[in-house]
Design a protein around this ligand. Structure first.
Ligand code: COA
Length: 412
């Protein structure tokens, strides 16, 4: 896979004096041809680091896609298993392929006994399911003998990724229940992905409208451009490591508050506001004090997040007081942000209605981010498989800006 870095060039930093760190040169303009390493903007913002045929986000248009299809259309029309097939194989399944793929995935949901036996200890030591997942996923890879991708062919790599993705919901729901002193509920191979997820969480077969709403959320969050966790997974994949190692690293990246987000925080804000008459005062106070309103704004979208449109529709279909209240809060927040931040384009993001939908479907707030991880692991895996086809290790450079070497090593 060719690199397509779109960057600026600059010579390496001025060494400065020995007593103070050298100051880096300001990055030169894109396309400058000086001989030093290429200097990219902070956070690699706007830099294309590779080619992908998995999907992309068009921030200005408010559009994102998986392969050649609108992700929102897929979320409305297809199952998790169909989109999983699309990302792994490059095409949507026909009905025969769907039946075969769905049955295969269902058979992979059980976790190996050696992992199942230690889940109570993991849940006791790490009550947050996403923390426990890092350990459990690592163990699942090792317990199933997963070998470095460097040593495997495409079929074997794909097999490892399928197994781990299928086991993540089983691990997460088991860790959640164990942390609450409840017995894990084994997967039901006769249920499709989303219904089985809710079943393993609660022990009761979910209402079809809840399964469908969660399925829409899961499909809409499977992939979203070259975000931090996806990039992390691909960096690890580029070393030839095993699939589990890539996914464990990605879970770690996702757990950070700047990335994994917290749909629960948007819901906490609704709780804090409490009643419609308090919306304006609460929101105005927060914005005037420089605080952020959770569920609004996005680093890439400069128009409405298409996932928020989808989930607003989903929430309205489910209906109820919470949806009415959330809609009222949303419209006042948008009006107040427009008034108080007139030079910004701030719209509702995915987190606002994701929290509402998950709450309406009976998911506990502690499972909001883990539920996000359970779908995103499929996207990470598709990227890992794509990256593994490129045998080039990702190994950038960093400008050294410390005290210029070599300094004499002091004697004690
Ligand atoms: C997502 C987020 C981190 C993007 O930040 P960003 O890339 O810096 O966003 P922008 O460059 O578009 O805008 C930054 C400016 O808009 C304001 N802004 C952005 N989102 C805001 C929000 N939700 N509430 C209030 N002000 C907001 C910031 O205060 C900042 O203004 P300032 O420079 O005057 O302080 C930010 O919008 C945010 O913190 N949102 C709330 C948290 C959230 O919902 N996270 C989930 C994201 S999916």
């Amino acid at each position: 896979m060719p690199s397509t870095a779109t960057t600026s060039r600059a010579q390496s930093g001025d060494p400065g004096s020995p007593s103070e760190p050298a100051k880096p040169d300001a990055p030169a303009t894109p396309g400058a041809s000086a001989g030093g390493p290429i200097v990219v903007p902070p956070g690699l913002a706007g830099v294309s680091v590779t080619d992908t045929s998995i999907g992309h986000v068009r921030g200005r248009e408010g559009f994102y896609h998986y392969r050649q299809y609108s992700a929102v259309d897929l979320a409305e029309r297809r199952t998790v298993e169909d989109v999983w097939h699309l990302l792994f194989s490059g095409e949507l399944p026909d009905s025969e392929q769907r039946a075969e793929f769905t049955a295969r995935l269902a058979a992979y949901r059980e976790v190996p006994a050696g992992v199942r036996d230690v889940l109570p200890a993991i849940a006791a030591a790490a009550p947050a399911p996403l923390d426990g997942l890092r350990t459990a996923l690592s163990l699942a890879g090792a317990a199933q003998g997963m070998r470095p991708m460097w040593d495997l062919d495409e079929v074997a790599r794909r097999e490892d990724a399928l197994r781990l993705c299928a086991q993540v919901p089983t691990l997460l729901t088991a860790l959640h229940r164990l942390a609450r002193g409840e017995e894990p509920i084994p997967p039901r191979p006769d249920l499709p992905y989303a219904a089985n997820y809710l079943f393993m969480l609660t022990g009761t077969e979910p209402r079809p409208e809840h399964s469908r709403a969660i399925e829409r959320y899961l499909v809409s969050t499977i992939d979203h451009g070259f975000n931090a966790s996806t990039f992390t997974a691909r960096v690890i994949a580029s070393t030839g490591a095993d699939v589990a190692a890539c996914l464990v690293g990605a879970v770690g990246a996702l757990s950070g508050p700047l990335h994994g987000g917290a749909p629960s925080r948007a819901l906490d804000a609704l709780d804090a506001i409490g009643t419609p008459d308090r919306i304006d005062a609460w929101v105005r106070d927060r914005i005037e004090n420089g605080e952020r309103i959770m569920g609004f704004g996005h680093p890439v979208y400069r128009t409405e997040d298409p996932r928020s449109r989808l989930l607003r529709r989903t929430a309205r279909e489910l209906g109820g007081d919470l949806v009415e209240f959330a809609t009222a809060v949303e419209s006042r927040v948008l009006a107040l942000l427009a008034e108080l931040k007139p030079d910004r384009e701030i719209h509702t993001n995915v987190e606002f209605y994701a929290g509402v939908v998950m709450e309406l479907c009976g998911l506990p707030r502690t499972m909001f981010t883990p539920t996000f991880a359970s779908s995103r692991v499929i996207g990470w895996s598709a990227h890992v498989l794509e990256q593994a086809r490129d045998r080039k290790i990702i190994r950038p450079d960093a400008r050294y800006v410390g005290t210029p070497p070599p300094q004499p090593v002091p004697e004690i």
